[in-house]
Ligand binder design. Structure first.
Ligand SMILES: Nc1ncnc2c1ncn2[C@@H]1O[C@H](COP(=O)(O)OP(=O)(O)OP(=O)(O)O)[C@@H](O)[C@H]1O
Length: 315
C-alpha cells in the first residue's frame, strides 16, 4: 500500500505537486492519469525517495521507501531516465542490480523470460529500442518479486502487442494481491487496464475513485429516450432530482432516472417509446471535463501563439 499525506514538491517558484493526499490499495490496478506536466512523475519519484518532499509525507508498505532494508523486495519501480550503463548487456545490468540484494541468478533469468527479453539479453543496452528499454525497466522492477509496483508510463514506446502484454501483466500482479500504481496520459489504455483511478492536474488531485465512478462522472444516470409523445412523457417524468432536456421533436435526454423507471412510467401512461438508450460517458469525456482547466500547455494557446507569430511575420 502507498499512502501520501499532504505531499508537496516545489521546484523554485513552481509547485509540481500541491498537497496531495491519497492511498493506493493492494489487489487492484490504480491508474495515475493526468496531462503532461500534471505532476505524475514527480509524485512517483517522491514515493521512491528520488526526490524529497518540500512538505508532507509518503510511505510504502508502512514506511518511507528509504527506511526499507531490502527495497527491491518491497517496491519495484519503473521510472523515466533510469540509469543503465549503455555498454552493459541487459543480463549484466539485471545481475548487478540483483547482487545488491542477494537475488539469485535464476530470478534474473525468470524476469528475462517474463519480459520477453531473451533474444536480446546479451546485447548492449545502448542499442535498445524504446520498447526494449521499457521491457528492461519492467524486468528490473520485477526482480525482487515486490509487493508494490510503481510504473511510470510503462506502455510508452511499446507496440500494440507490448501494450497488451503490460495490460495482462499488471492485472495479473494485482490479482495476486499486489499494489500496482501505473501512470499514463492515455485515457483509453487506463479505461481497459485500471480498476481505480487517481486523476491529477497541475499538481492537485481531481478525482480518486473506482473507474466506473469516473466514467459516469459521479453524476446522475443519463438516458436518451425516443418517443412519439415527448411532451406527455416529459410531464410524466418531471420530479425532484430529474432533469429533462428536449433534444428533438421525438427525443429527450433524461438525467436522474434509470432506464427501467422511464420505461415503466411510459408504459403506465400508454406512451409509445421507440428508443431507450443509457448514455455512458467515455473516459475521455470524463477526463476532459476533469482536466479541462488544469492542463499546463493548452493547445489553443499554442494555436494562438502560432497565429500571432504568423501575423507578426506578415506585418
Ligand atoms: N527537476 C525539476 N525542476 C524544475 N521543474 C520540474 C522538475 N521536475 C518537474 N518539474 C516541473 O513540475 C511539473 C510536473 O512535472 P512532472 O514531470 O511530474 O509531470 P508529469 O505529469 O509526469 O508530466 P509528463 O506526462 O509530461 O511526464 C512540470 O511543470 C515540470 O516542468
Amino acid at each position: 500500500m502507498i499512502e501520501a499525506h499532504e505531499l508537496t514538491k516545489r521546484f523554485g517558484g513552481k509547485t509540481a505537486v500541491d498537497g496531495v493526499t491519497f492511498s493506493v490499495q493492494p489487489g487492484k490496478v490504480t491508474g495515475f492519469l493526468g496531462p503532461n506536466g500534471a505532476g505524475k512523475s514527480t509524485t512517483m519519484r517522491l514515493i521512491v525517495g528520488l526526490d524529497h518532499p518540500s512538505s508532507g509525507s509518503v510511505s510504502v508498505n508502512g514506511k518511507p521507501y528509504a527506511r526499507h532494508r531490502m527495497p527491491l523486495h518491497e517496491v519495484g519501480a519503473l521510472l523515466e531516465a533510469k540509469a543503465v550503463h549503455p555498454r552493459r548487456s541487459a543480463y549484466n545490468h539485471l545481475r548487478a542490480l540483483a547482487a545488491t540484494e542477494g537475488i539469485p541468478a535464476s530470478r534474473v533469468n525468470d524476469v528475462i523470460d517474463l519480459t520477453g527479453l531473451g533474444p536480446v539479453a546479451r546485447k548492449r543496452v545502448g542499442g535498445f529500442s524504446l520498447g526494449m528499454g521499457q521491457r528492461l525497466g519492467i524486468a528490473a522492477a520485477l526482480l525482487g518479486d515486490p509487493q508494490t509496483l510503481i510504473l511510470d508510463e510503462p506502455v510508452n514506446g511499446l507496440d500494440p502487442e507490448g501494450v497488451k502484454w503490460v495490460r495482462y501483466l499488471v492485472k495479473g500482479l494485482a490479482a495476486e494481491g499486489r499494489t500496482v500504481f501505473i501512470s499514463s496520459h492515455l485515457m483509453s489504455e487506463m479505461a481497459v487496464t485500471a480498476d481505480h483511478l487517481i486523476v491529477i492536474g497541475r499538481g492537485r488531485i481531481l478525482a480518486d475513485a473506482p473507474i466506473e465512478t469516473v466514467l459516469t462522472g459521479g453524476q446522475a444516470e443519463r438516458v436518451l429516450v425516443r418517443t412519439d409523445d415527448a411532451d406527455a412523457l416529459a410531464a410524466a417524468l418531471a420530479g425532484d432530482g430529474v432533469e429533462i432536456r428536449r433534444e428533438a421533436a421525438d427525443e429527450l435526454t433524461v438525467l436522474g432516472l434509470p432506464a427501467r423507471r422511464i420505461a415503466e412510467t411510459a408504459f403506465s401512461r400508454g406512451i409509445l417509446v421507440t428508443g431507450l438508450i443509457p448514455q455512458q460517458e467515455t473516459l475521455e469525456d470524463a477526463y476532459m471535463e476533469l482536466t479541462g482547466g488544469e492542463v499546463e500547455y493548452q493547445s489553443q494557446q499554442i494555436g494562438a501563439q502560432a497565429l500571432s507569430a504568423t501575423e507578426g511575420r506578415s506585418s
